[in-house]
Ligand binder design. Structure first.
Ligand code: NIG
Ligand code: FE
Length: 415
């Protein structure tokens, strides 16, 4: 049995004594911590923690690895509940086009955007996709992420969507991170179906979903419910079909326009509705009567120069806001959750406590992982990070753009 003791921890962040599935908006200002603490891990599990003043005597020092965390903080790993990490090639040309005045929508209407990524992915092998996605997973792991949701959506054909989902299945075996797969066949209407949208949706329903169920390729289903992408009615049809194949919805809504995506998500008991850069009063009202988690993606707002989601209004409505990266080649070429937390504080006026709750326990809840991830609790998975010596947890969002993490522990092992 592998044993690890972290002692002299300056502050153990997000400790949890009784299990909670999520933190509601009004409580998000509270971030429970323990100063001058120790933490014990056995194999891949947190087995105990407490104050250094009352650290139990250790009789069995054989095979015990000890880390002295003097001056350092220990956090539960970030839980990134929204990414598109499997992709081929990058899109800096569009980035420069946007600097020169084109909008994201204009680029998409010229065949760029998601369709550009789909073309690149069609010509890339499964093995190459695994290699590049593994590099990105290692990158985010060393930035403190311990659990991640990955979407398909750059395939847009039966063959290529299944290829991405099979890549994600291999990533689950290869990477120590906890991974959830989300089927986003309805990310855009592919070129071939430009004049026959219903034909593509039929393909999603009749040709993709049965294979996804048979091969166990996804837990969730997503749709980009947006003007020029999929309508609320189409989203409704796709989510209904997904449910029949055992997939729960986590969907893209209200990124550029509010067209009723939140309503469809709530109708289908979506685990989360994500983006929410454009939110109306009535959208918040609908969310109040649901268990659906509003997930905000501030690095997408930053990169595309679009509005930031109304975190304060959502929290004032007592909703359990989550934060995620949206790592993808078009709207967010970064999976750095430390930067997400910084942006949430600077641009959305979340306090560090609120942002850390949103990026840990509520992110875990948005992947249905809060019984095992997202906090420091006895019995939870030992996915943690130890910072360099820093003044306190607010230093992470304050000192943006630098990596203050020194040691990564995933499944109880130092990475
Ligand atoms: O979440 N909005 C839809 N999908 C991605 C971006 C896709 C792309 O531009 O490649 C997002 O922002
Ligand atoms: Fe996205």
């Amino acid at each position: 049995m592998k044993k690890l003791l972290i002692k002299n921890i300056k502050e153990l962040v997000q400790v949890e004594y009784s299990p909670k599935s999520r933190v509601l908006g009004h409580d998000m200002k509270n971030l429970p911590t323990l100063k001058n603490a120790w933490l014990a891990v056995e194999d891949d599990t947190i087995i105990d923690f407490g104050s250094m003043d009352e650290m139990p005597g250790i009789t069995d020092w054989n095979d015990l690895e000890v880390i002295d965390a003097e001056g350092k903080l220990v956090f539960p790993s970030w839980c990134d509940s929204h990414t598109h990490i499997v992709f081929a090639g990058t899109r800096e040309t569009e980035f420069v086009d946007r600097i020169n005045g084109l909008s994201y929508e204009e680029i998409a209407s010229r065949g760029g955007g998601i369709l550009n990524s789909a073309e690149k992915l069609a010509n890339t092998s499964e093995d190459d996709l695994v290699d590049s996605a593994m590099n990105r997973l290692n990158e985010i792991m060393h930035l403190g992420t311990g659990a991640v949701e990955i979407k398909s959506g750059y395939g847009l054909s039966v063959e290529a969507e299944l290829k991405i989902l099979r890549v994600i299945k291999r990533l689950k075996q290869l990477s120590p991170l906890t991974i959830k797969a989300n089927f986003l066949g309805a990310h855009a209407i592919p070129k071939l179906f430009k004049e026959n949208r219903a034909g593509y949706i039929d393909q999603i329903i009749n040709d993709m979903l049965p294979v996804i169920e048979k091969e166990g390729l996804a837990e969730y289903i997503d749709t980009f419910c947006e003007t020029n992408y999929f309508t609320p009615e189409e989203t409704d049809r796709i989510l209904t079909a997904g449910f029949k194949h055992g997939l729960k919805p986590k969907i893209h809504v209200n990124q550029f326009t509010a067209i009723g995506g939140i309503q469809i998500g709530v109708k289908h008991n979506a685990i989360s509705v994500d983006h929410l850069e454009v939110v109306r009063e009535e959208d918040i009202e609908i969310l109040k009567n649901s268990t659906t988690i509003p997930t905000l993606l501030p690095s997408c707002s930053f990169f595309l120069s679009i509005p930031f989601g109304p975190a304060k209004d959502l929290m004032a409505a007592n909703l359990p806001v989550a934060l995620a990266s949206d790592y993808n080649p078009g709207s967010t070429p970064s999976g750095n959750m430390n930067f997400v937390v910084s942006l949430a504080c600077v641009k959305m006026k979340m306090t560090p406590e609120q942002a850390i709750n949103a990026a840990t326990i509520n992110g875990a809840a948005a992947m249905e992982l809060s019984s095992t991830h997202g906090s420091i609790a006895i019995g939870k998975k030992a996915n943690l990070f130890i910072t360099k010596p820093i003044s306190g947890y607010s230093y992470i969002p304050y000192s943006f753009g630098a990596n203050h993490i020194e040691t990564i522990i995933i499944n109880g092992s130092i990475q």
